[in-house]
Design a protein around this ligand. Structure first.
Ligand SMILES: CC(C)(COP(=O)(O)OP(=O)(O)OC[C@H]1O[C@@H](n2cnc3c(N)ncnc32)[C@H](O)[C@@H]1OP(=O)(O)O)[C@@H](O)C(=O)NCCC(=O)NCCS
Length: 177
C-alpha cells in the first residue's frame, strides 16, 4: 500500500494519556504464532517503555502512530550512551490489524528524521532477530543494510547515517539590482 494511504494517521510524541494503550500494546501476529519470540520481545519493550521514561541510563523516547484515539503503532528509541549523535531504536511495533500499511516504515522514518533534527547528522543503530523477516524486509526496503551481530548469533545489526543535505535556504531573497 502506498505511503499516505491512511489520511488519519498521526505520528507524534507519546503523551501521558497514551499510557494505558502503550502498556497493553499488542503487536504479536494474530494466530498460531503466539510464541514468536522476536515479536514478543519487541512487544515487551514497548509495554515497559512508559515506566522506563525516567530511567536516566536509557533515556528512552516514545513515538506513537495514532488513528483517531487509537494507538496503532509505537517506536521506542534513545541515545547511545557514548555520543549525542548516536541513537538506538529499541523497538517498533504495529497492531496486527494495521500491519502492512506502511505504518512501521513511517515510524522508522520518523525516528530517523527526529534523530537527525538534533544535529547535522545522526547515526541510528538497531538490532533485529535473524528470524524476524517482517522487520528485516522493512529495513531492506528502506535501504538499511544489516550484518550478522558478532556478539549474538541470533541477531543482525544495522547502522544508518542520516545527514542533512541540500536543504532549501529559507533566508534566500532575490537581489534588488
Ligand atoms: C515489523 C513490523 C513493525 C512491521 O510493521 P508494518 O507496519 O506491518 O510494516 P510496513 O507496512 O511498513 O512494511 C514495510 C515492508 O516490510 C516488509 N514486511 C512487513 N511485514 C511483513 C510480513 N509480515 N512478512 C513479510 N514482509 C513484511 C514488506 O516488504 C513491507 O512492504 P510491502 O507491504 O510493500 O510488501 C510489524 O510486523 C510488527 O509490529 N511486528 C511485531 C513486532 C516486531 O517484531 N518488531 C520488530 C522488532 S523491534
Amino acid at each position: 500500500m502506498a505511503e499516505g494511504a491512511l489520511p488519519d494517521l498521526c505520528i507524534r510524541f507519546y503523551q501521558d494519556g497514551d499510557r494505558t494503550q502503550v502498556e497493553s500494546f499488542e503487536c504479536l501476529p494474530r494466530r498460531g504464532k503466539l510464541s514468536y519470540r522476536p515479536a514478543r520481545d519487541a512487544q515487551d519493550v514497548i509495554r515497559d517503555s512508559p515506566s522506563s521514561l525516567d530511567d536516566e541510563s536509557l533515556k528512552p523516547e516514545i513515538i506513537v502512530a495514532t488513528i483517531g484515539l487509537e494507538v496503532v503503532g509505537v517506536a521506542v528509541f534513545g541515545p547511545d550512551e557514548t555520543s549525542d549523535t548516536q541513537f538506538w531504536i529499541f523497538s517498533i511495533g504495529v497492531k496486527p490489524r494495521w500491519q502492512r500499511q506502511q505504518i512501521g516504515t513511517r515510524l522508522k522514518k520518523s525516528v530517523m528524521a527526529e534523530c537527525r533534527s538534533r544535529g547535522a547528522s545522526a547515526i541510528i543503530q538497531s538490532k533485529v532477530n535473524k528470524y524476524n523477516s517482517p522487520m528485516r524486509n522493512l529495513n531492506e526496503k528502506l535501504g538499511v543494510e544489516a550484518t550478522p551481530d558478532p556478539t549474538d548469533g541470533k541477531m543482525f545489526y544495522s547502522v544508518v547515517l542520516v545527514e542533512l543535505t541540500d536543504v532549501v535556504d529559507p533566508a534566500w531573497r532575490p537581489r534588488a539590482d
